[in-house]
Design a protein around this ligand. Structure first.
Ligand code: C2E
Ligand code: MG
Ligand code: MG
Length: 633
């Protein structure tokens, strides 16, 4: 037996183990990996034929030539696939011309040369065929080097090493045909390639079996890299946002949830028709359409819209699922990973908030999300940068006909602009800096009360807004008392405004703090009454001396479009004012801008008015002057 025979046996065993491991590790679950699988199968077959050539009767000359042709051609095909795989993973879709030049033409020439050598060509034709193999391997090597930025350093390094080794072995075999090492080298190369394959457990989302967020970031990253090099090409993302999925899934119980989820997933996959689907996060799915083009993307979007008009699940668990879709064209609408993600989240949000079925992503302000990130940064440095300032808006008493209190409202300076609190307060609440900001506010208000001796100008107390994160601090009473003592003022000079933003605002800690603080002498106002969440049954249990009618209740009776709408809004205003009196609280009407509104509120026996009609929020000294002018005539 020749040494080549043993090389082929070794290659065969290695490749067999690889195939076993391939299925054991579920590598076949990733479509791109199939190329490697076919390549392994090719080399397995080639080495098997190589082994056959060493055993009678196949070792007889009449079979030998044909077997050699088959084995060499299959090897060449395996190599071509390997190179193709490197192209696929290195840069998405290298382009037809490069495929032709670097993969398919050398492969065709290779196979022809193999055929010619067997059908009685000169020995050099076989050598030439091997040179073609070596060319294919070197092309793979080249692409690895050119696109080395596209994969991890160690991985590229290993691949380069093995590709180079395979090319060398191939050349050796071309020059010394008795040294049949090529297949053995390829088996090793494929083994190395195997270890660099992505593991499906990392790629797939366990809940849905779809490709997960990590896979999405990876594929998108590679594609954007490619698009930035090939400006004329485009990629289409079809996004599906399923709204309220957490809630309805929870209502369902485990078994039904699984069934329903499966039903939805099956439909998503059916509509994909082979296009990759990623689950970017809960309720957010993306179809990545590349080679298939715009027509296919529009087809998917259309099918999704049609499907979600119907219901999912069966029998008692049949239900409608609210969803919206959008089409995102890359790199036109976004060209970096963060901007694509921003756009996806914004499109999902727009669909949810505005209850739209189709969101036109090209009309979304993609600067918005970036702006929020910028504000987040500024909010984090708000206190230390000295950019915060407290403004005061006087509150007018209809009975006493003068200003009796004021609301402290925070302002964040950004150069010569102001960032509105509606923008930065929710951000500060999310990133936790609200506690620091409100402590600054508490300290400033206490200092102002003491410095300006507000009693002397007729002000009884100042209202400060505290958010839920402030209210759930166990040490909030001590914190407030520390400033009260430091500035020698009284707790009754502070009125704390709380907004009921969700059904569970007033639970445990918040209620405890409200009770403790009110024992210490602080007063409370319920802010934003009428904006949606206020549940009277809980509110009447808590010591709110004042309830603030929100401007969204006060203004609509005067500014809505139709008479019927204005009438309904008026009914709401009247009954809200009535309700507040019935629970024994006083009312502040917020957002009063006109005399007409003022007269109506007088009619409704509202105690206090806060609004631009009397005064806007102002910096401290301006505010003191305004109050003095009004109150001391
Ligand atoms: P809010 O507590 O409901 O404050 C009342 C808002 O209504 C203020 O907006 C005020 O300027 C505005 N307003 C008053 N009268 C009128 C009027 O006649 N017409 C109109 N169109 N608006 C009027 P601002 O200052 O922008 O504050 C917005 C929100 O930010 C506040 O709503 C409050 O929830 C929050 N906020 C402000 N300062 C603080 C703070 O120091 N801490 C916390 N946690 N939240 C704050
Ligand atoms: Mg307020
Ligand atoms: Mg309010």
């Amino acid at each position: 037996m020749s040494s080549g025979f043993y090389f082929d046996i070794s290659a065969f065993v290695i490749l067999l183990c690889l195939i076993y491991a391939f299925f054991l590790e579920r590598m076949h679950k990733i479509p791109e990996n199939d190329i490697i699988l076919v390549s392994i199968l090719c080399e397995l077959l080639a080495s098997f034929i190589g082994i056959l050539r060493g055993v009678p009767p196949f070792s007889a000359p009449e079979y030998n030539g044909l077997l050699l042709l088959t084995s060499d051609s299959i090897t060449a095909l395996g190599i071509a696939l390997l190179v193709l795989f490197v192209y696929r993973i290195s840069v998405y879709n290298i382009g037809l011309i490069k495929y032709l030049i670097f993969v398919w033409i050398p492969l065709a020439v290779d196979v022809i040369l193999c055929a010619v050598s067997v059908l009685g060509g000169v020995p050099e034709t076989r050598t030439a065929a091997f040179i073609c193999d070596a060319f294919l391997l070197i092309a793979g090597l080249n692409i690895l080097i050119v696109y080395k930025k596209n994969s991890y350093l160690e991985r590229t390094f290993m691949l380069i090493l093995t590709f180079a080794a395979a090319a060398v072995f191939t050349v050796v075999e071309a020059l010394m045909p008795e040294m049949r090492m090529q297949n053995f080298a390829l088996a090793l190369l494929l083994g190395e390639e195997f270890f660099s394959l992505r593991n499906p457990d990392e790629q797939y989302d366990i809940n849905t079996g779809l490709l997960g967020e990590k896979a999405f970031r990876e594929s998108l990253g590679r594609r954007l890299f490619y698009l930035n090099k090939h400006k004329s090409e485009k990629i289409y993302l079809v996004m599906l946002a399923v709204h309220g999925s957490e809630t309805f899934m929870k209502l369902f119980g485990d078994v039904n949830e699984i069934k329903l989820r499966k039903n939805v997933m099956d439909e998503l996959i059916r509509i994909a028709n082979g296009v990759s689907i990623f689950r970017v996060r809960q309720g957010l799915y993306v179809y990545m359409v590349d080679e298939e083009g715009l027509t296919e993307a529009l087809r998917i979007q259309g099918d999704l819209n049609d499907r979600f008009k119907g219901t999912f699940g069966k029998d008692a668990y049949e239900l409608e699922i609210h969803a919206s879709t959008s089409l995102i064209v890359l790199p036109e609408m976004a060209d970096t990973l963060p901007t694509v993600l921003d756009l996806l989240y914004m499109a999902a949000k727009e669909g949810r908030i505005k209850d739209k079925r189709i969101v036109d992503a090209s009309k979304l302000d993609s600067g918005r999300e970036a702006y929020i990130r910028e504000v987040d940064e500024k909010v984090r440095n708000a206190v230390s940068s000295g950019n915060l300032e407290v403004y005061y808006q006087p509150i007018y008493s209809l009975e006493e006909k003068r200003f009796v209190s004021a609301e402290a409202l925070i302002r964040l300076h950004d150069g010569d602009k102001l960032i509105p609190p509606d923008v930065f307060i929710p951000i500060a609440e999310r990133n936790g800096t609200i506690i620091e900001i409100d402590e600054f506010m508490i300290q400033q208000v206490c200092r102002m009360i003491s410095d300006r001796n507000i009693e002397s100008i007729g002000l009884k107390y100042i209202e400060i807004n505290l958010s839920v994160p402030d209210m759930i601090q166990e040490n909030l009473p001590e914190k407030l008392m520390r400033y009260i003592e430091m500035y020698h003022i009284r707790p009754s000079q502070i009125n704390i405004e709380i907004t009921e933003t969700s059904a569970d605002t007033f639970t445990g800690m918040v209620e405890d703090n409200v009770r403790k603080l009110s024992k210490l002498g602080f007063k409370f106002t319920l802010d934003d009454f009428g904006t949606g969440y206020s549940s009277l049954s809980r509110i009447i249990m808590l010591p709110f001396g004042i309830i603030k009618l929100d401007k969204t209740i006060v203004q609509p009776p005067y500014n809505l479009g139709s008479a019927r709408e204005r009438d309904s809004a008026m009914t709401l205003l009247e009954s809200s004012a009535d309700m507040i009196h019935r629970v024994g609280s006083e009312t502040v009407a917020e957002g009063v801008e006109t005399e007409e509104q003022l007269n109506k509120l007088k009619e409704l026996d509202t105690e206090f008015i806060q609004g631009f009609y009397f005064a806007r929020p102002m910096p401290e000294s301006e505010f003191i002057n305004a109050v003095r002018t009004m109150n001391i005539k």
